[in-house]
Unconditional design. Structure first.
Length: 322
């Protein structure tokens, strides 16, 4: 059984749903002041949008493409003690339904946001995670370069791209073939992570018992797939096949409160909310993990590897089955 000091996951992560009104809206239902907000229209092909407290309000990045950071005076305009304020910048359009995933930056909750400036040479970057990062997402802010993803399950010699379906690539110029430590992470000379004089943002995660899990599983091409243990009932799961071209699937219990979770969005694409076909990429979210419900390559190809990031609805020690 996984025990945790985080008895209330919603103090650090929460999903909110809202309807756009083409005007200024304040969402005030969170139990914390968010530091990272990720938005997507559920019923329209508008791009994803992410804002964070380190880069500051109105500074938008787009996970589904390589676009440089844009300043939008009418984007996310305020981080509030219990939510955020947004204006008409593709995240409050009339007639659109939205999801916003929200995180609080905290070493106790295994999440750190790091801004740095590139120097074009192999180097290390300090962080405040307080432990070894298990997953990192890095984006150059000034130019149209790829989002790079480190995941401990594929090692420091490989990287993924958040903005595409591409397989894990073997590039020593990304992480310099060096594993992160409890105080620094390493970057190479690739433009995506280290152009001299250019600005970057990095989102770092580690596993926290009962709250966050950075892990992987291996598929068996069977409708009775392996159960993936997290130690908590997930509220949000993002996963990606690393050995083949597949989407970055995202499910959450706000949009899909009942099993199986069929309503998906893809981090790498602007598609509207998808309903998985014939169970090809359904998940059952359980009191202590999740279980793929399909035999297809999206989540359960034979001997295929899948990496994931998950956050808790409740820790296993006080969790109920769904």
């Amino acid at each position: 059984m996984a025990y945790t000091d985080i008895d209330k996951p919603s103090d650090y992560f929460e999903t909110v749903l809202y309807a756009g009104n083409s005007g200024t809206q304040s969402i005030t239902s969170l139990d914390f002041q968010p530091d990272w907000c990720w938005f997507k229209a559920r019923n329209n092909t508008d791009t994803h949008a992410v804002f964070d407290s380190v880069r500051g309000v109105t500074k938008r990045l787009i996970p589904d493409n390589t676009t440089a950071e844009g300043t939008q005076s009418n984007g996310l305009t305020h981080f509030l003690s219990n939510g955020f304020t947004v204006a008409d910048a593709g995240i409050v359009n009339q007639g659109y339904n939205y999801v916003a995933w929200n995180w609080k930056e905290s070493a106790d909750a295994g999440f750190d946001i790091v801004a740095y400036t590139g120097n074009g040479s192999n180097r290390t970057i300090s962080h405040n995670l307080g432990a070894v990062p298990k997953m990192m997402i890095v984006k150059e802010r000034d130019n149209s370069n790829d989002w790079k993803v480190y995941h401990h399950s594929i090692g420091n010699g490989k990287s993924l791209r958040l903005d595409t379906t591409a397989v894990a690539a073997d590039l020593n110029t990304v992480w310099n073939d060096t594993a992160p430590t409890s105080s620094v992470f390493s970057i190479g000379t690739l433009a995506d992570v280290n152009i001299s004089g250019e600005k970057y943002i990095a989102y770092l995660f580690r596993s926290i018992d009962g709250y966050c899990k950075v892990g992987s599983w291996t598929g068996n091409a069977n409708d009775n797939a392996h159960m993936v243990y997290t130690g908590f009932r997930p509220a949000w799961v993002m996963w990606k096949k690393t050995s083949g071209a597949e989407n970055w699937f995202i499910v959450d219990t706000a949009r899909s409160p009942f099993n199986p979770t069929k309503l998906q969005l893809w981090a790498n694409d602007t598609v509207v909310e998808q309903t998985s076909g014939a169970g090809a990429s359904d998940l059952d979210l359980l009191s202590n993990g999740f279980k793929p419900r399909g035999a297809g390559g999206a989540m359960n190809g034979n001997n295929e590897t899948y990496i994931y990031l998950a956050f808790a609805e409740q820790p296993f020690k006080n969790s109920n089955a769904r």
